[in-house]
Design a protein around this ligand. Structure first.
Ligand code: ADP
Ligand code: ASP
Ligand code: MG
Length: 419
């Protein structure tokens, strides 16, 4: 039996027909190496952003079911075109969407989790000599409803499919040469990491380094799937290997810096200081599948508390509705929302038991004239909430103070993200 290799190509890698032809050559090279190849593909270029925009033009609050119906089409376009490119080059290839395979997710729209992947059809198609091209980002519920996995979710599709098939490895092809110490678009002399642990990568991804979807790293860790991020445009580049921490030597306290500009800070004022209030507040959000990130509760004065927390921008509308209702139940005062914020994080397994890392971070921000509005920490991460306009300055200063740069300038393809 041949080894199976899963390759995932992101939006910039298949942005136009010329790039698709190039991607077909990368796939063919893997096939010619003697492997069975399963490809997962994202929507072309900025297709998903464009579809989101259209949806909001026609309805400022589109239903999540219809959003999933709409957004899932982007990946279907690229999977068929890429399959045609492979066939034109003389290779046997077939495309499948999530429904055809049985990529089963929970019954949640816009951020569903995969619960099962059927492999019968995939194995049969591989046995028939096909290269398989699968639409990423999408799933189907047991009732046949179309779902999507959240923005950037094709990475998770790829790792989950690789795990279900027992693939030898999963390669995530993108527009940079691997995982860097920070976004190379912000700090051009950021260093490419040869390797990084699942744990650090998970924190980096959650902190806003969108080179990998956080759940793809979670799944890779769970199934011990070797994961590599590498460049579509540079043949045989080594990229970055994401692997178990026991295999690594840790010498720097900080492995990377990340910025997340997609959060909103919510403050609920004057909540009565009695047991159960926080449970009601966060329980009502959890029931609607809204994830909360940083949380701070102020010291209670005059038997009232303020609670501040952050949510994803995508959940703002739903959160506003819920809090309107729950505010009464809590007997709370004003509720305010602020999207002029950025979460800046430093991540590194090497910071465990090494004092002074947090104070260096705070001092560096202070020296740059940046005010810290919230702080949260985990064992291997420190995050500060700051004003959005200070984000790039903060990332550059922290990257510098923790000595993460190198002499080379990273090559980045594609267009700059909207910041
Ligand atoms: P794709 O379309 O291939 O899924 P993404 O845009 O989702 O690509 O992810 C790649 C981008 O992630 C890069 O172009 C880079 O700007 C950004 N990025 C952010 N943080 C990092 C990091 N630490 N290392 C590498 N890339 C990063
Ligand atoms: N096309 C989807 C997005 O833009 C999924 C992905 O690219 O991974 O978010
Ligand atoms: Mg991506």
């Amino acid at each position: 039996m041949k080894n199976i290799v899963v390759q995932k190509f992101g939006g910039t890698s298949v942005a136009d027909i010329e790039k698709m032809r190039h991607v077909a050559d990368v796939i063919i090279q893997e096939k010619e190496n003697g492997n069975d190849v399963v490809v997962v593909v994202s929507a072309m270029g900025h297709t998903t952003d464009h579809l989101v925009k259209l949806a909001h033009e026609i309805n400022p609050h589109p239903s999540e079911r219809e959003l999933d119906m709409l957004l899932s089409t982007g990946e279907c376009v690229s999977m068929s075109l890429l399959t045609m490119a492979l066939q034109t080059k003389g290779y046997k290839a077939i495309s499948y969407n999530a429904q055809q395979i049985g990529i089963i997710t929970e019954n949640v729209h816009t951020k569903a989790r995969i619960i099962d992947i059927k492999t019968d059809k995939l194995r049969k198609s591989l046995d028939d000599g096909n290269i398989i091209v699968i639409a990423g980002f999408q799933g189907v519920t047991t009732e046949g409803e179309i779902t999507t996995l959240g923005r950037g979710g094709s990475d998770t599709s790829a790792v989950a499919i690789a795990s279900a098939l027992g693939a030898e490895r999963c390669d995530i092809y993108t527009d940079v040469e691997g995982v860097y110490t920070t976004d190379p678009r912000v700090v051009p002399n950021a260093s490419r990491l040869e390797e990084i642990s699942y744990e650090e990568m998970l924190e980096l991804a959650h902190a806003g380094a969108n080179v990998l979807h956080p759940r793809s790293v979670e799944t890779a860790k769970q199934y011990k799937m070797p994961l590599r991020v590498r460049s579509t445009f540079k043949y045989n580049n080594k990229g970055t290997l994401i692997l178990g921490v026991e295999d690594m030597e840790i010498n720097k306290p900080v492995a990377g810096v990340a910025a997340d500009l997609s959060q909103v800070r919510v403050v609920v004022c004057d909540i009565p200081d009695t047991p159960g209030e926080a449970a009601i507040l966060f329980g009502s959000l959890a029931k609607e599948n809204i994830s909360v990130d940083m949380i701070i509760q102020s010291y209670a004065r005059k038997v009232k508390n303020d609670i501040a927390f952050t949510i994803s921008k995508e959940d703002l509308g739903k959160t506003q509705e819920i809090l309107q209702r729950v505010k009464e139940q809590l007997g709370a005062g004003d509720v305010s929302f602020d999207d002029n914020i950025a979460k800046i994080s430093i991540i590194g397994a090497g910071m465990i038991d090494r004092p002074g890392i947090a104070s260096t971070m705070f001092k560096t921000l202070a020296d740059s004239g940046i005010n810290i509005r919230m702080i949260s920490t985990s064992e291997i991460k420190i995050s500060c909430l700051i004003n959005k306009e200070d984000a790039q300055k903060a990332v550059k200063a922290l990257h510098e103070v923790f000595n993460l740069g190198c002499d080379e300038i990273a090559e980045v393809k594609g267009t700059l993200p909207d910041v």
